[in-house]
Design a binder for this molecule. Structure first.
Ligand SMILES: C[S@@+](CC[C@H](N)C(=O)[O-])C[C@H]1O[C@@H](n2cnc3c(N)ncnc32)[C@H](O)[C@@H]1O
Length: 370
């Protein structure tokens, strides 16, 4: 799914597929004004939102940092490092020797994070990888257990804003926007590829599950009919299929929003990656370590909720089973009984924060050996 390459801010060589973006060469280069670490993570802006040089405003910054219960010298994973907004604030609050392991599938995001975090030297190590590969990354980094994991899911503003990446679908640029949507530009399957090859059942299932789209099956049939004449290549082609199918998004949503969101989730296997990433993250936490997840979509949030609930429940053997045969044990204590959202001020400053849902949990002590 993603390259073995280590994109480290502080490591000489690793993985080595030629795309190493290590900052050795930058060491000693004074940080530019925009690159300089932001004290307290906010740079004097509102405490809940910060604009990075990557031009992405970190969502629920204060709440996520406080729920991670950051201590000096802690080792924290940012599984979705993006432009490094949360990561910089984490490094500030784990000074003087705290370490950050940052992952992202997107090399552009990592390049921005590398610039942003260069001033922290070897305290920040960045990896081009999906968070579903967290165990392998931690092995490569020589970290057995960590004190905290942050996952701030979905896409960043620069990914959406770059028309070449194909995440945009606004009508005025739709015909020039390719149906791409890969977070990892080296991944095999683009949105156009998926629309060309998926069965009508698969398409309908994605539109329904990831987009809550009324008329999901009708749209799937329309896409299959229209691709017989010519493959869908641009966001404009998909918009026309949506229009011809006559599907609606309900009173609240433009159907295109729901369809493009569903397609993005499918292209990047976001739900599969999250299921595996959550398990890997919980396993990597030391007892007392915290996991904080910010989701922007109900399917993601439900998965986080259920995964936390299962890890809290422990043994699931039927009541009269004499000896546990399921092997499950309690691994988490849930910190947020209900998901936390952004307040009005943050939503006003950053509309993307509106759909954010934050959940946090704490790793429990290891079970006693029998
Ligand atoms: C909302 S942004 C994170 C922004 C970041 N917290 C900040 O403050 O700048 C989400 C990032 O997660 C990345 N991403 C999404 N799914 C991922 C996955 N499975 N593994 C690694 N990175 C992923 C995206 O490429 C994107 O850069």
């Amino acid at each position: 799914m993603s390259s073995e390459c280590l994109v480290a801010a502080s490591v000489e060589s690793h993985g080595g597929d030629g795309t190493l973006l290590g900052a050795r060469g930058l060491r000693g280069t004074p940080a530019t004004r925009r690159d300089r670490p932001v004290l307290g993570g906010t740079g004097g802006r509102s405490p809940t939102t910060v604009a990075t040089e990557f031009d992405h405003r970190s969502v629920l910054l204060e709440k996520s940092l406080s729920l991670l219960e950051l201590q000096p010298n802690a080792v924290i994973v940012d599984g979705t490092v993006g432009g490094g907004g949360h990561a910089a604030a984490i490094l500030e609050r784990t000074a003087p020797r705290g370490r950050l392991i940052g992952l992202d599938r997107d090399p552009n995001a990592l390049a921005a994070a590398r610039r942003r975090l260069a001033a922290y030297g070897e305290r920040a190590r960045l990896f081009r990888a999906s968070f579903r590969e967290l165990r392998r990354v931690l092995d490569d980094a020589g970290e057995e257990r960590v004190d905290g994991v942050l996952l701030d899911l979905g896409v960043s503003s620069p990914q959406i804003d770059d028309p070449e990446r194909g995440f945009r679908f606004s009508a005025d640029t739709a015909d020039e926007t390719p149906l791409d949507m890969r977070m990892d530009p080296d991944a095999a399957l683009t949105a156009a590829g998926l629309l060309r090859t998926a069965s009508p059942e698969e398409l309908a299932d994605w539109f329904h599950r990831y987009g809550d789209l009324p008329g999901a099956r009708r749209l799937a049939r329309e896409i299959v009919a229209s691709r017989k004449a010519a493959p869908l290549r641009s966001a404009g082609d998909l918009r026309r299929a949506i229009e011809s199918a006559g599907v609606g998004g309900g009173r609240k949503h433009d159907p295109a929003t729901l369809v493009f969101q569903a397609l993005r989730i499918a292209v990047n296997d976001e739900i599969g990656a999250l299921a595996e990433g959550l398990e890997a993250a919980i396993d990597a936490l030391r007892p007392g370590g915290r996991i904080v997840v910010i989701a922007y979509h109900s399917t993601e949030d439900r998965l986080v909720k259920n995964c936390f609930r299962d890890a809290k429940r422990g043994c699931t053997c039927p009541p009269r089973t004499p000896v546990c045969i399921c092997g499950n044990h309690v691994r988490l204590k849930i910190i947020t009984k209900r998901p936390l959202g952004a307040d009005e001020d943050e939503i006003r400053a950053n509309p993307r924060a509106r759909s954010a849902r934050l959940r946090a949990a704490e790793r429990t002590a290891e079970p006693e050996a029998a």
